[in-house]
Design a protein around this ligand. Sequence first.
Ligand code: ATP
Length: 321
Amino acid sequence: MRNLTKRYGEVEAVRGIDLEVARGETFGFLGPNGAGKSTTINILCTLVEPTGGTAAVAGLDVVRDRAAVRRRIGLVFQEPTLDGPMSGEQNLRFHGELYGVDRRTAAARREEVLRTVGLWERRADPVTTYSGGMRRRLEIARGLLHSPQVLFLDEPTIGLDPQTRASIWNYLARLHETQPITVFVTTHYMDEAENCDRIAIMNEGRIVALDTPEALKAQVGADRVVVTTDDDEAAIAAIRRGFGVEAAVHEGAVTVSVPDGAGFVPRLFAALTAEGVVVRSVAVTRPSLDDVFLAHTGSTLRDAEARGPSMHPMAMRMRGR
Ligand SMILES: Nc1ncnc2c1ncn2[C@@H]1O[C@H](COP(=O)(O)OP(=O)(O)OP(=O)(O)O)[C@@H](O)[C@H]1O
């Protein structure tokens, strides 16, 4: 994307995005409701034309080479778009015919994607008998059927229980082992964003943060080390002398902020023991992606999740077709 913009009348939904996602990358797209994520994905999927700037997917311009882009992408929406009375395999067969999947290889390809998402044994059962997680996995299988180079997932696990969400990410990880597919995913779940190679946080039409989850968390600042001792005053003095940092008692425990908590703990132990201070417990908390999100957008991911999904033009538009 190069200086990508999209304006809806007075609303500047996307305000000049520059972004490059590498082949084979799992890229997470986060942001509060109304940040412009869906608009951006809609442009990449050729469902919406940009007002300005350019975007290319798999090397092809999303405006000039629209049909070619469509053949190279797979889409998984929040809104279910499966045919319930048909079996899992029939759904895939139907989709394969729509997408012109080669008939000679179609059956083998169906088996491959159904095995990837763990639904091969249930392929003949009507989709109405599938659980929510199984349906979502079938949608992912369907998105993969025509061997896309880029898979777009718009909140693929919303409304699913934590175990099922984890299993879907397992399938996505397994997918990466077998094919060099690029995955572009929006999510409101912090733990899911952790699975991404890199994430971008969007706010008010702009990308406000872009890096690996680890690097983003490191930018937020220090780890917090919380230690309970038999003599907090002596501990605080020892930390000041030994490390030149100020510790303080919060909620009954000595608390200190340091850049590398895990590396600090053994040295802290040694210093306190040398001073005759007995350490009862030590805990290290690292900055979470929620802290990152909060720092950049002024709200937490959980706030964003609690507000729920707003209108999703991509799913609405596709259903309307
Ligand atoms: N078809 C449209 N017509 C007019 N305004 C729109 C349209 N689609 C999106 N917008 C506006 O553009 C802005 C960005 O919306 P968008 O749906 O891209 O955000 P989002 O980050 O995907 O949010 P959500 O997480 O709620 O889906 C919002 O102010 C929205 O109201």
